[in-house]
Design a protein around this ligand. Structure first.
Ligand code: SAM
Length: 236
């Protein structure tokens, strides 16, 4: 059957099922972290943080508070931790994820003593504020109404800015992901959920409408290969 890329798919992902056991969920997240490496997934988010740093926006005194929503295996925050350590930047990192298996897997994969805490919560019930709020491969899990709610939530709570890193809904990555996942022998959830994620993801026009509906300013950027990101740096 030919897939319709003109609108967001409502197909569900295996990792969003409620009855997944810990080992299966952790192994899926581990392979998702490998996908992030192979597809250069953290690069746009780290470039955004570096741009904020170069603009001098982190010179406030005290640790820079960064929240990652839908933090999964925690590989993004561990990359942020390494990025900050190389620059001598003091950070306080928080991963928020709905699924309790995420916090457990992320904690197990993180060296003790790092400035990262892992919280199990629905993002909309997490009350904390931050300097910067990031998310990666998270927003496509939400329907449009919740994406709008998330944009408002993040705009309200981020003091300096925020960065949404997600996928571009397009037939090319959709066709390529299956063979790539098979070649790397990624987890069966990743093989299933990868193409579904791409089909659930966004085109630039979706983000224009979602930002407008949220009455939130934001810039849309395409990043190689087929990431579609939305960012906001608040004025000083
Ligand atoms: C595809 S994973 C992305 C994990 C990681 N950010 C990455 O880039 O590999 C999406 C994550 O979002 C989490 N999630 C889904 N809905 C959520 C919600 N309402 N609040 C917090 N986390 C949520 C899921 O539990 C899952 O771990």
């Amino acid at each position: 059957m030919k897939r319709d890329f003109s609108r967001r798919s409502v197909e569900t992902e295996l990792m969003d099922a409620v009855d997944v056991d810990y080992a299966t969920f952790r192994d899926c997240l581990r392979d998702l972290a490998k996908v992030n490496v192979v597809t250069l997934g953290h690069r746009p988010t780290l470039a955004f943080l570096e741009a904020l740093r170069r603009k001098g926006r982190f010179k406030r005194g005290g640790a820079v508070r960064i929240v990652d929503v839908g933090s999964g295996y925690g590989d993004l925050l561990r990359a942020v931790d390494r990025w900050a350590a190389r620059r001598g930047l003091d950070v306080q990192l928080t991963g928020v994820d709905l699924n309790p298996w995420s916090a457990q897997a992320a904690r197990e994969a993180t060296r003790p003593g790092r400035p990262i805490e892992w919280i199990t919560s629905d993002v909309f019930e997490h009350a904390g504020r931050a300097d910067v709020i990031v998310s990666s491969l998270f927003t496509h899990h939400l329907d449009d109404a919740h994406v709008v709610r998330f944009l408002r939530w993040t705009e309200d709570r981020a003091e300096l800015g925020w960065f949404v890193n997600d996928l571009h809904r397009h037939p090319l990555p959709h066709a390529v992901f299956g063979p790539l996942a098979a070649a790397f022998r990624w987890h069966r959830f990743v093989r299933h959920d990868g193409p579904v994620s791409i089909a659930r993801a966004f085109v630039p026009n979706d983000w224009r409408g979602l930002l407008q509906a949220a009455e939130t300013p934001g810039s849309i950027h395409w990043r190689f290969p087929f990431r579609l990101c939305v960012s906001r740096i608040k004025p000083k």
